[in-house]
Structures are given as C-alpha cells and as structure tokens.
Write a protein that binds this ligand. Structure first.
Ligand SMILES: Nc1ncnc2c1ncn2[C@@H]1O[C@H](COP(=O)(O)OP(=O)(O)O)[C@@H](O)[C@H]1O
Ligand SMILES: O=C(CO)[C@@H](O)[C@H](O)COP(=O)(O)O
Length: 568
C-alpha cells in the first residue's frame, strides 16, 4: 500500500449507525469507524436509531443526532491515525427518502462554521423542524392514495417516477408535513434528502439532490429527467409549485460532477486539505451497488435494518410492486430494487424468542435452528410445507398491517390452511422467517432472470450478500437454497460496510476518472476479485431450488389470503 498516496472517504448515514471508511486509489480499505446511534449518542431518547409514535404510525430521527455522529466518527478516524490531509475526495450515502427541513438561517450557519466548536451546537438554528421522517414511517396512507390517483393510477405513477406511492417516499411525506406543520413548512428555506443533507454539511452550503436518490421521492419524472410538475404541485398545495420547487432546489444530474471543496470547518478541525473535493452523495441502496462492478445477472441482497434486493439493469420496466431508480453513476442504466421494512429487526425478534428472551443477543441458537431444520419444515416430501409472514412493523410489500401469520401448505392437493399445527415455535420460526423473506424476493424478481445455461432454470448468476446480516452463514445457506445462483452466494470481504465502500469508490471515480471513463470501467480495472469477495455458500442446488419453486406459489397464495382477510 502506498503510504503517502491519496485517500478517499465514504460515509453511510443509515438507520442505526453512521459508518465511515477510507480507501486508497487502489481500492484498499485503510481505516474504518462507526457511530452506533443507540449505543454511542448522548442526550437522545431513541431506539434502533429512531423515535416511534405508534398512534400516528410515525417514525422519525432527530437531525442533531446525525451531527453529533459526524463529529464523533471523524474524531475517531483521526484517533485511529487517519491523515485527513491525504483525503482527495469524499462521497457518501444516506438512508433513502428521509427529508431534512432547513431554516432561513441554514446557508449562513453552514458558511460560517467555527472549527473549534462541534457541529450540533452551531447548527441548532439551521432547521425549521428538528426531525427527519424515517423510511419506516407509515403515517402517509391518505397522502399515498392521493399520489397514486394523481396521474391516473398507481401504474402510471410507477411508470413516471419509478415507483407507486409509498408511505416513506418524500413527496407524500412533504405533503403530510405541509398539512400537519404549516408554520414549519412555511419557514423552510430548503429541503434535503438524508444524502444531500450530509453532503451539505461537508460542503458548507446546501447541496443539490443526487440523480439516483431523487427517484425515491415520487416527484421526479425519470424518463424526462425533470420534476413532474403535477406531482410537485400536489405536494405544494395552495402554497404553490414555484415555492416548493425553490425549496427543493436543483438536482445534480451527473453522478461524478464534483460539488465543490470541503468546508473550512473540516480543514480547521480535522486538517483536511483545502483541495479535498465533495462528490454527490447518493442513497444507501444506490451506493451499495457501487461496492463492486455488478454484472447484469448478478443480484445483491442487503440484509440491513431493511432487506433490499438490488440489481443493475438497462431495462426500465417499473410496476407497482417494485422500484426503479436512475443508476447513481451511469446514464442509461437503472437500479432495480425491492425493499422490505421487516428485515433485520424482525429476524432479531425471532432470535430473541429462540433465546427465550434472555439478555443474550447471540445468533448461535437461531443459526442452529436454521441449519438443523429441513427446507420448509418438510421431513418428507408428503409433509405439509410450513410458511409464515413476520411483520412486527407494517410492511411495504405487501402493504399490510403489523402481524404474524402461520400456514401449512399441502403440495399434493394445493390446499393452504392457516394453522400452527405441527409447528414447534419459536424454533421453527428461525428458518421460516428467513425463508419467508427470501420467498418474497424470489416471487417478485423471478421475471428478471433468464436461464444461465442449458437445463438450468432461470435464476441469478451470482448473489452478493451485504449489510449486517451478511455475517450470518446460516442465512447465507438458505439464500442459496431459495434464490439459487449458479456461481454461488458471496460476501464482500473488503471492509465492514458495502454502502460506505460504494460511496468511497464513487469518490475515487469522480476524482480519478479519465474523460468518458465509466464507473464500471475504472472500478473494474482496479478490482481485485480474489481479495475483495468471498464465496460463503452454495447457490443453485437441484431439487431444493425446485422445492422452493412450489413454495413460491404457496407463498403468493398466503399473501393473497392475508390481504383478503385485511379487506374484510
Ligand atoms: N450475525 C448476525 N446475524 C444476523 N443478523 C445480524 C448479525 N449481525 C448483525 N445483524 C443484523 O444487522 C442489522 C444491522 O445491519 P446494518 O447493515 O448495519 O444496518 P443499517 O445499515 O440499516 O443501520 C441488525 O439489525 C442485525 O439484525
Ligand atoms: O427505504 C429504503 C429503501 O427504499 C431503505 O432501504 C432505506 O434506504 C434504509 O435502509 P437501511 O440501510 O437503514 O436498512
């Protein structure tokens, strides 16, 4: 490793932590740090990084918490010996959809930051509202209904903006914010996404939206590359389209178009070079697909607080069950995504139940149950398949209330019964929750795949696991069994966080690319496959994959049944 060469920083401001990571121009990770919101913050009443108001289905986070996290994480990188003077470029990622409401004083306060005092203290007056709605928020059902009908149907909205209306998407959230906090809305000078908020702090002025993250708002017309004025006007209401467009500000259409130099605060306090530049920050999912040169039949499964399924594709085929975003670096490519609210925290609940709710947070018992239970709880092929749904929070796909459901499916008769007969709970739930989350991914992604070779059923070529849950080999094994993957299941072995890594690579590319050189070309040429990824589980296994093929149909029936019960 070149001890004096340039360094690039990547940040990930996600639900439960702020992570930071430094790489060399050769893509080697040299330093990492993280700030866990629950464990490390001082003065905030939060759980899993957020505040929940069950009555209103609101979930939100205090913006000041993130400022405290940023100073602490930078100090910790410094304490670990990182020489900020070598940092040539910074990029980052934020949990998607969350909005930050800046006050009239924001630009002045950002411009005049004093390097001797912490950010949180100085930016206290920079916000017209102190909280950011979190992606787990489910308070905007009425606003979503309005959005879905505004262009015709939810299919029309999906075609235009890449997604149908979702509770967490920023357009419906702004509409609700304006209605429920009219005074604060009025005194908002600018609105940022979490990604552009963090970029703004580094820049010392409010940054534009990123071309990929802007697609998580239900406001951006992806094909036209402009705001959809009908939708912006809907969110703006009588306060006016022009005013909301001013609050939203510009969109940075070039994923590599440098935003400017780092603010003097960081030069004085942490000794950054005045030549260090800030590249656009993007959403945490778009940044995750930049952690490796992803090929078209590869899939990524992010096992973070949310579970997401990500692919890079040149086909734009939005429909209400899925999401399409602009690719964060490459015009003409898109990111396909499925997103589930009940990911890591839902699995943790089963882990805790298996541990008999002791204070031990070990995954060992959960993993043992996953390894020892047969697929779908079937000891013999004539046994019923055990399938379930595990939603401690209201779910996104399908849009259903919080709850837990258990079913048995008889493959020979095709009959599905809601029952716990034959279930040994909570032990059987360990494998069943992982299977349930993966069957939903398989159901909704299966049309994207072609057969990878003669005699093989359509499936991904390679599956990459990222996020906190990717450390879990038992989960990885079930991933290969349910989703297949002719090349196997892999884990990133370069640094603890794919999303921050992707952001750091984005900074490398933005600064070092030659004229016209794409992200995939530059990162592909420096990518060291043997060092950066590790095969952790088998993928396609003939017989088991087909068994789950039957279970996918049962799973679809189960969802229909639960939705039918909801409608009654
Ligand atoms: N060994 C493990 N097995 C399964 N899940 C794990 C393991 N370690 C961490 N996790 C999960 O990872 C989640 C956090 O993932 P992370 O990607 O850091 O989240 P986020 O980016 O959303 O803040 C936790 O909620 C936890 O459930
Ligand atoms: O809402 C979405 C994507 O649409 C979530 O994926 C958030 O982007 C937050 O993800 P975590 O990294 O915190 O799980």
């Amino acid at each position: 490793m070149d001890a004096l060469g340039p360094i690039y920083l990547g940040f990930d401001l996600s639900t439960q932590q702020l992570k930071a990571l430094a790489v060399t121009a050769e893509l080697h990770v040299v330093c990492e740090s993280k700030f866990d919101f629950d464990a490390d913050s001082v003065g905030f009443t939060i759980k899993n990084g957020v505040i929940t108001n069950e009555e209103e289905h609101e979930v939100y986070a205090p913006v000041a918490l993130w400022l405290q996290a940023l100073d602490t994480v930078l100090q910790s990188l410094k304490d670990k010996g990182l020489d900020f003077g070598r940092v040539k470029g910074i990029s980052g990622a934020g949990q998607q959809h969350g909005s930050v409401y800046w006050s009239d004083a924001a630009e002045r306060l950002l411009r005049c930051l004093d390097g001797s005092r912490p950010l949180a203290e100085q930016l206290d007056q920079a916000f017209s509202y102190p909280f950011s709605p979190n992606w787990q928020d489910a308070s905007t059902q009425a606003e979503c209904e309005t959005f879905n009908h505004h262009l015709g149907s939810e299919d029309d909205l999906a075609l235009n903006t890449g997604s149908k209306a979702h509770h967490r998407f920023t357009g419906p959230q702004i509409l609700r914010f304006r209605r429920s906090h009219p005074v604060e809305y009025q005194s908002t000078s600018r609105i940022s996404l979490v990604s552009s908020f963090l970029a703004s702090v580094f820049l010392g002025r409010i940054a534009p939206f990123d071309i990929s993250d802007v697609c998580g708002m239900n406001l951006w017309d992806i094909k036209a590359g402009t705001w959809n004025e009908k939708l912006v006007a809907l969110a703006a209401g009588s306060s006016g389209l022009t005013e909301l467009k001013r609050k939203l500000g510009p969109v940075s259409e070039d994923g590599s178009g440098l935003l400017g130099n780092v603010a003097s605060y960081f030069i004085r306090r942490y000794h950054f070079s005045p030549f260090c530049v800030v590249a656009p920050f993007t959403g945490d999912n778009p940044a995750t697909i930049l952690a490796l040169p992803l090929r078209s039949m590869d899939a990524m499964v992010s096992l973070g607080t949310s579970t997401t399924f990500l692919m890079s594709t040149s086909h734009y085929k939005p429909e209400p069950a899925v999401h399409f975003f602009n690719h964060p670096t490459t015009p003409g490519l898109y990111m396909f995504m499925l997103c589930y609210k009940n990911g890591g925290l839902a699995r943790e609940r089963i882990r805790d139940a298996v541990n008999q709710n002791s204070s031990a947070k070990s995954w060992a018992n959960f993993d043992r149950m996953c390894f020892s239970s047969p697929p779908l709880g079937q000891c013999r092929s004539t046994d019923a398949m055990k399938i379930g749904l595990y939603f401690p929070r209201p779910e996104i796909v399908p849009n259903v209330r919080a709850g837990e459901w258990h079913f048995n499916y008889d493959p020979s008769s095709g009959s599905l019964t809601q029952t716990e007969v034959g279930w040994v709970r909570p032990n059987d739930d360990a494998r069943a929750i992982v299977e349930s989350q993966l069957l939903s991914l398989r159901l909704r992604s299966r049309d994207l795949f072609e057969s990878p070779g003669e005699g093989l059923p359509p499936q991904p070529r390679r599956i990459y696991l990222v996020g906190g849950g990717s450390q879990n080999i038992a989960i990885a094994k079930v991933v290969g069994e349910v989703l297949g993957g002719t090349d196997g299941v892999y884990k990133l072995d370069a640094g603890g966080n794919a999303c921050a890594l992707g952001a750091a690579y984005k900074a490398v590319w933005a600064v070092e690319r030659e004229e016209g050189q794409t992200f995939e070309e530059l990162i592909g040429s420096r990518w060291d496959q043997d060092r950066f990824v590790r095969r952790i589980a088998d993928g396609y296994q003939k017989g088991i994959f087909e068994q789950y093929g039957v279970a996918v149909e049962a799973f679809a029936k189960m969802e229909e049944e639960v939705l039918r019960q909801e409608d009654q």
